[in-house]
Design a protein around this ligand. Structure first.
Ligand code: C5P
Length: 224
C-alpha cells in the first residue's frame, strides 16, 4: 500500500497526540508532534526572558534551536539543543504562555519549514497540531479535525496531571485555561485553528480512546 500524509488538528487536549502516536505505531509511520515544537520555543523564550512582542529575537531563537524527537519505550522524548525537555514543556506555565508565542508569524515560518522537512523522504507521516491540514500539509490525503467539549477535555487533562503526580491547577482552572487557549488559537491572524475544508470532523466527547482510534483507522483504510 502507498505511504500517505495524515493531518490531525483540533483544540487543546482533544487527544490528538495520543491517537496520532497509536496510529503511527500501527502503520509504522513517522509521528510529528508540532505542538511540542511550539512548546519548546516557548520554554526557551521564558527561560531567556524574551517577550512575545520581540519578533526578531523569537525568529533568531527558533532558527538557532535544534528540536529532536527520540523514540523510546513509552513513546518519544523531546530534546532541545541537547537537553531533554519532555516534561518541562508540559508544565502549566508553558501551556499558559504557548499561545502568545505561537501566534508570532516569525516563529511559525521557521517551525512550519522544519515540519515540512520531515516529509522530504516521502515516508508515511502523521502530524498533529492546529494548522496541519490548512497550512503545513494542505495536500495531506487524510485530514481529521478531532474535537470534544471543553469540560471533557479539562477533565482528561486533570486526570493526566494527577497520573503524573502534579496538578498546579484545579479542574475549573484547567477548563478555563483550555477555553482561553482555544479562543486565542482560533482567533489569531496567522494560521488560526480551524478545520480544513476537506477535513473530517470527529467529536470525541462521548467516545473512548479505542473508539476514536478505530474510527480514524477506518478512514485511513478507505484512503490507503
Ligand atoms: O498541541 P499542543 O496543545 O501541545 O499545542 C500547544 C500550543 O501550540 C497550542 O495551544 C497552539 O497555540 C500552538 N500550536 C500551534 N500550531 C500547531 C501546534 C500547536 O499554534 N501546529
Amino acid at each position: 500500500s502507498k505511504a500517505i500524509q495524515i493531518a490531525i488538528d483540533g483544540p487543546a487536549s482533544s487527544g490528538k497526540s495520543t491517537i496520532a502516536k497509536k496510529l503511527a505505531k500501527r502503520l509504522a509511520y513517522v509521528y510529528l508532534d508540532t505542538g511540542a515544537m511550539y512548546r519548546s520555543i516557548t520554554l526557551l523564550a521564558l527561560e531567556q526572558g524574551i517577550e512575545a512582542s520581540d519578533n526578531q529575537a523569537l525568529r533568531a531563537l527558533a532558527e538557532a534551536s535544534e528540536i529532536v524527537f527520540k523514540v523510546n519505550a513509552d513513546g518519544q522524548s523531546v530534546w532541545v539543543n541537547g537537553k531533554d525537555v519532555t516534561d518541562e514543556i508540559r508544565t502549566d506555565q508553558v501551556s499558559q504562555a504557548v499561545s502568545a508565542y505561537s501566534a508570532v508569524s516569525d516563529v511559525r515560518e521557521v517551525l512550519v519549514e522544519k515540519q515540512r522537512d520531515y516529509t522530504k523522504g516521502g515516508q508515511g507521516i502523521i502530524m498533529d497540531g492546529r494548522d496541519i491540514g490548512t497550512v503545513v500539509l494542505p495536500a495531506a490525503e487524510l485530514k481529521i479535525f478531532l474535537t470534544a467539549s471543553a469540560e471533557e477535555r479539562g477533565q482528561r487533562r486533570f486526570l493526566e496531571n494527577q497520573a503524573k503526580g502534579y496538578s498546579e491547577m484545579n479542574l475549573e482552572e484547567l477548563i478555563a485555561d483550555i477555553k482561553r487557549r482555544d479562543l486565542y488559537d482560533s482567533t489569531r491572524e496567522d494560521s488560526p485553528l480551524k478545520p480544513a475544508d476537506d477535513a473530517i470532523i470527529l467529536d470525541s466527547s462521548d467516545m473512548d480512546l479505542d473508539q476514536v482510534e478505530e474510527a480514524i483507522f477506518a478512514y485511513v483504510n478507505k484512503v490507503l
